[in-house]
Design a protein around this ligand. Sequence first.
Ligand code: KG4
Ligand code: ZN
Length: 332
Amino acid sequence: MIILGIESSCDETAAAVVQNGTRILSSIISSQVDTHCRYGGVVPELASRMHTEAILPVVDEAVQKAGICLEDIDGVAATRGPGLIGALLVGFSFAKAFAWARQIPLAGVNHLEAHIYSLLLMEEPPAFPFIALVVSGGHTNIYHVTGPSAFDLMGQTRDDAAGEAFDKVSKMLDLGYPGGPIIEALAKTKDPGHINFPRTLLEKESFDFSFSGLKSSVARYLHDHKITSPEDKAQIASSFQAAVIDVLTCKLVHAAKVKGCSRIGISGGVAANQTFVAQLSMEASKHGIQVFAPPIDLCGDNAAMIAARGFTMIQEGRLCDLDHDVFSRTKF
Ligand code: KG4
Ligand code: ZN
């Protein structure tokens, strides 16, 4: 069964063709980051306009690269939420029209569940059950995943998402957007030891996160110290990143132990951080836990993960019709 996946929840217009939920025939991502970086973050109106311009060429390219024709497509999957409403509407409306015109099934995919599915697209995916962390610019969610459609949310951020903290600290340091890759590269040049930023772990048995205190702590540090040299910035980047990674690692290993899981999967933009992957893998291995992180092009927003999740939904008969709408916030 061949599924066309469409993603347009934020600042990437993406289309992919995936066979039987696991074999990626093509995956095209058109990023708007060069436009939004001028404003230090995503501008929703600009995002919708650019999705409208990109959607047809991106789908055309995905179909061509997959070496198929439109008649070969058996189902369509598009992100239904959470995300920016105006952005979501472009991809979801396109998918509705496509499915209606071809009279094929349509799945309205939860973007967060799709990030978990990026783990199932790996060459050697984690077996069920596993602990999954979806960590991006908008979310920091821990799930206990026990089956193809069984995602039990264990905890989430109470304020900023981890990726959002990377972006905000990068902005404070005048380093650019998106902050994650810039901070990771800079942090590699310095040992994190010198500045002790807080590790907010909240209540002992909670799997929730809070990154706003860390962000404020960096802001206070910048206020109290005159930071100008690239060396000083690298020091802050490294100490900040270490604080984020320590918290994520601690909660994930704890979650795996509490649930008796021997596998942890991470996905979303921040999962592209190799320092995080290395530290988590090292810590987890001490407890006999294996860590799974998808290749970088599957960590960030992409449509292959949407098609993979949509394939399961279509198989389960969980379909959308023309009356279904997009949603900005997730229901769980
Ligand atoms: O999943 P994603 O592409 O989009 C959504 O937010 O859904 O994630 C983007 C986020 C941004 O906040 C970006 O700064 C962060 O992921 N990010 C990283 C890295 N690469 C991207 N954070 C830390 N280290 C990275 N290497
Ligand atoms: Zn995402």
